[in-house]
Design a protein. Structure first.
Length: 392
């Protein structure tokens, strides 16, 4: 028996549930729980085998504990929002269950992407003999593992690391975000940051950009952003001299975002409206299409990878680029979800599978690059996210 509890029935939750349900030999029973049960039921209705669905408020530890005690999973996969990371970790500790997520905790009132809150659970998980695996999506997730794989097999020293993320897809909407709008806009509107020569350098949001070549896609204007995997990679690979994260945005996306920012719609503080308090970004989220609804008719591809320059095992200069290309329409055919949800959900399923099988194990809180990359890389090729390596 290997029971899995998935929390969050959005775009990513949809993919994780689809992919896990395809592997009854590993995930013998699945429960999908989220704030809105009808969304869980909709996903369940698309599957070839029955799963349990539940409503749960993941901000509420006693509710989570009651659900976990009743279902008795071996592992909880958290694909709700980053705001729920700590409450779900608390519930896992209280019930003695392992934990996996795809995004680091963020407090609601400040757009801060830091592992410090979750790393602080290290001793608690260790003492309880439990494992918490952080950031097992694509970026963070596969990108951390591409880095550890290149370190293991090719590099004696990684000097310059660039994580490059391109979505060259078209969903046909004037403006939409490919994952949760609130989290996405908070990420993009904060200052950019990168690490160089032992220190973090901060830049104005979206102020550094350049074209980058993405295989199967072409040259795309890419913007330097701060992304959470930079923090764990710098910690786990102190040899890195410079690490940056780049993401593509269309001109149309940036123009919309600028207007929204200028009129105050991306603010995350409360404002007074007709005697009520509202948070503009939360209101904007309710107007925008849900990521899970973007799959139909989405065309084009994503290309996400890691480019590393450094010294090979013999100390000679070398460059390697590992990447995956994922097609929106193909993702939709398999899981009714677009490629951004797909590229996040598949790594979460693979991480869950490796934990369930005891291939990835440990006591404490881990980032994915601390695990052996080989079994994960092998599964990516088998489970829908084949990767390639080249130079750049
Ligand atoms: P969605 O907004 O589509 O889905 C989020 C889901 O979480 C919704 O079903 C929502 O419920 C549910 N939820 C929110 N709050 C609660 C709560 N208090 N209790 C229970 N359920 C709740 O987002 P995505 O699926 O796009 O993203 C999911 C996660 O994946 C996010 O944390 C995101 O940051 C992360 N992500 C990671 C990536 C990576 O590569 N590492 C890339 C993309 C996303 P409701 O429907 O009722 O609102």
């Amino acid at each position: 028996m290997s029971k899995l509890l998935i929390i969050g029935a959005g775009g990513v939750g949809q993919v994780v549930t689809h992919k896990c349900s395809q592997k009854p030999e590993i995930f013998s029973e699945i429960c999908l729980a989220s704030r809105t049960k009808s969304k869980c039921d909709k996903i369940a209705s698309q599957l070839k085998r029955p799963i349990r669905t539940e409503r749960v408020d993941a901000d509420n530890v006693p509710e989570l504990v009651a659900l976990i005690k009743d279902f008795k999973p071996e592992l909880v996969v958290n694909v709700a929002l980053p705001y729920q990371d700590l409450t779900i970790m608390d519930a896992c500790l209280e019930t003695g269950v392992n934990y996996l997520d795809t995004a680091n905790y963020e407090p609601k009132d400040v757009a801060k992407f830091e592992y410090k809150w979750q790393w602080a659970y290290q001793e608690k998980f260790k003492k309880a003999g439990l494992m918490a695996l952080l950031g097992c999506g694509f970026d963070p997730g596969a990108t951390n593992i591409f880095t550890s794989y290149m370190k293991k097999h090719y590099f004696s020293k990684m000097k310059y690391v660039d994580i490059v993320d391109c979505n060259a897809g078209n969903h046909g909407k004037h403006f939409a975000t490919n994952f949760n709008p609130e989290i996405n806009i908070r990420e993009i509107t904060q200052n950019g940051r990168f690490f160089e020569n032992g220190e973090w350098k901060e830049i104005e949001a979206m102020s550094i950009h350049k074209p980058i070549f993405y295989p199967e896609v072409g040259d795309k204007e890419s913007y330097l952003l701060y992304h959470e995997e930079l923090e764990s990679l710098v910690k786990n690979y102190p040899e890195i001299e410079r690490i940056r994260f780049w993401m593509t945005f269309s001109e149309n996306y940036i123009n919309h975002l600028k207007v929204l920012e200028h009129v105050g719609m991306t603010r995350i503080d409360e404002v007074e409206h007709k005697g009520m308090k509202i948070v503009p970004l939360e209101f904007l989220k309710s107007l925008l299409p849900e990521p899970a609804s973007l799959g139909e008719n989405y065309t084009g591809k994503t290309c996400i990878g890691v480019q590393i320059e450094g010294e090979d095992k013999e100390g000679k200069p070398t460059k390697k680029f590992i990447y995956n290309v994922c097609d929106h329409a193909e993702s939709y055919k398999e899981t009714f979800a677009q490629a951004v949800s797909y590229t996040t959900g598949v790594p979460a399923m693979i991480g869950a599978m490796l934990m369930m099988k005891g291939i990835w194990k440990g006591e404490g809180v881990f980032n994915v690059e601390e695990m052996d990359p080989d079994p994960f890389m092998e599964r990516m090729n088998l489970d829908g996210l084949p990767w390639k390596e080249t130079t750049f």
